[in-house]
Design a protein around this ligand. Structure first.
Ligand code: 6GU
Length: 225
């Protein structure tokens, strides 16, 4: 899988992309992540990528030209499955969307900024608009990082077996069961007896019951899905 991220703040993503799960996935050759500085694509002699909005509204708007140039340059090299725009008014990012994106070959993530981007880009070049939640970030970079992390860890081979993405919270609309490690008794705080019993079926039943109870108590909305 290849992810191309287009941003006016590449420094904000470079560190993250070269550490964390994303770095390991890239070293294993499973994923390529490329960060592109939008300013490298402007024809403006002052390297500006935004301008005042028509209509006299407040704020600045990212212009068509550099975005179109960057996306066109990428599309000339390979086909893309999705051109994603990160924006608070996009579709809510969730685990099913992460699963679907993890099966794509090539995706572009365009990070929104300032007040917005020229709407013609959204109409003509963007295939998917995504928000990571009902709050407003300064820019789409953190959203792109969140999405890349959630997607890349689902690419086969990225996680080791013991980390398996299958037991994640949300993968089956249930929160994960509690986990414990040694010692079995820490200052009198005891690990549930069933986990020490070696009784595999009972442990599985306990895990499921814990997942159901925690979901009912903490995220009852998930049970309606
Ligand atoms: Cl994708 N972008 C911005 N700027 N704010 C957000 C967001 C995205 N998702 C939630 N808030």
């Amino acid at each position: 899988m290849r992810i191309d991220i287009i941003t006016v703040l590449p420094e904000m993503l470079d560190g993250f992309v070269n550490m964390s799960i994303l770095a390991r996935a890239q070293k294993k050759g499973l994923v390529e992540i490329h960060v592109h500085n939008l300013r490298d694509y402007t024809t403006d002699k002052h390297r500006r990528v935004d301008d005042y909005p028509f209509g006299g509204f407040a704020g600045m708007v990212m212009q068509c030209q550099p975005i179109d140039a960057c996306i066109s340059a990428l599309k000339a090299e390979r086909d893309y499955d999705e051109v994603i725009f990160t924006t608070p008014d996009g579709q809510q990012f969730d685990q099913p969307m992460a699963n679907a994106l993890s099966m794509k070959e090539n995706i572009i993530i365009l990070c929104g900024h300032y007040k917005g981007i020229d709407y013609r880009i959204r109409e003509h070049l963007i295939t998917k608009e995504v928000s990571i939640g009902d709050f407003v970030l300064t820019g789409g970079e953190l959203a792109a990082a969140v999405m890349a992390d959630a997607v890349v860890r689902l690419v086969p081979g990225v996680l080791s077996d013991e980390q398996s993405a299958l037991s994640d919270s949300f993968q089956d609309n249930l929160l994960a069961a509690p986990v414990y490690t040694r010692p079995a008794d820490y200052k009198g705080w005891r690990v549930p007896d069933v986990l020490l019993s070696g009784h595999e079926r009972k442990i599985k039943e306990w895990e499921l019951a814990q997942s159901m109870e925690r979901t009912r108590r903490l995220r009852p909305d998930l049970l309606d899905k």
